[in-house]
Ligand binder design. Structure first.
Ligand code: F6P
Length: 306
């Protein structure tokens, strides 16, 4: 895909953020076979922590290096930021800023469970609002390597699943719309660390849905996109802003789930409307079917307003 929408005048126009965004998604797909092939020998932890205080695997550093090279090379991308780096890298003249979680859920590598790459392209300097996204996607290293992605302003984006071939090309498998009858939920954090209002919400929905939690955000969000339901890494008593990062994780999954017809929330508003204050800023993340997120927001405000 070249982002030209069939219009030859548009192909290769680096001043068009949509063209640049398509190239960013293509680069993430092109990097996928190499990232995947590099995993078996990189399951060991390095003696290092990332800017969020998480232990770093050799695979995290490898994927980050490859993506910086491939995404940074794209004309029109001016900034590359990653969860693995303290500061963003200047990659040239270009209005598009790319924020990447090179291996989301990489702690799953030790146990050989799914994980992947999250990618967000903003037509703005970082930290940026989710409303400035011009593309978002993730590559999922599951039994099959796939990408789920959309291009365009959040209000216009449609979300598609792609097969990522061994050559790193994308084959469109069709549009994703959240199933109307949701079946799964998955929530992060230790249960005793959940605030009472969130725990009250869980009490309600665990009667209706079945638990599916695997510990890698994109794999868990992929279950929600496939089966319908709700994923959350909520505010915790010990961490009121939760665990996940707005620029690298919250905004792109909000874009994808909202584009598939669902909702996202920090507990009160769409994640795309949360003010950006820093590259590594954390935010409580709740995404899923609209009705389930509406009920979540009602449950949180009910207890908070008592
Ligand atoms: O961002 C890191 C991450 O691995 C997410 O992919 C995932 O949702 C979360 O952390 C898992 O955290 P925990 O180990 O607390 O369940």
């Amino acid at each position: 895909m070249d982002g030209s929408d069939g219009d030859p005048d548009r192909a290769g126009d680096i001043d068009d953020p949509i063209v640049v965004a398509e190239a960013v998604l293509d680069a993430a797909a092109a990097a996928a076979p190499e990232i995947r092939a590099g995993l078996p020998g990189r399951r060991r932890y390095l003696d290092d922590e990332n800017p969020s205080g998480e232990d770093v695997l050799a695979a995290d550093v490898y994927a980050d290096g490859l993506l910086e090279e491939m995404v940074g090379d794209i004309d029109g991308v001016g900034t590359y930021a990653s969860e693995e780096r303290e500061s963003a890298v200047d990659t040239g003249d270009g209005a598009v800023s790319v924020a990447v979680d090179p291996l989301d859920g990489s702690s799953n590598l030790e146990s050989n469970n799914p994980m992947g790459t999250v990618i967000a392209a903003y037509d703005a300097p970082l930290p940026a609002s989710g409303r400035d996204l011009v593309a978002a996607g993730f590559v999922l290293y599951g039994p099959v390597t796939t990408m789920v992605a959309g291009v365009g302003a959040p209000a216009d984006a449609t979300i598609h699943e792609f097969l990522v071939t061994e050559e790193g090309d994308r084959e469109d498998l069709g549009r994703i719309d959240l199933p109307e009858n949701p079946t799964v939920y998955g929530f992060g954090g230790r249960v005793p660390d959940w605030p009472d209002d969130f725990a009250a919400y869980v009490d309600e929905i665990e009667d209706e849905l079945k638990l599916r939690y695997g510990g890698a955000m994109i794999a868990d969000v992929s279950q929600v996109l496939s089966y319908g339901g709700v994923f959350a890494y909520p505010a915790l008593e010990s961490a009121p802003d939760g665990k996940l990062r707005l620029q690298f994780e919250g905004n792109p999954v909000a874009y994808l789930v909202e584009g598939a017809g669902g909702r996202s929330s920090d507990g009160a508003r769409s994640l795309l409307d949360v003010g950006a204050t820093g590259i590594h800023q954390r935010v409580p993340v709740h995404v899923g079917n609209t009705e389930l997120i509406d009920r979540l927001e009602a449950a949180l405000s009910e207890v908070r307003n008592r």
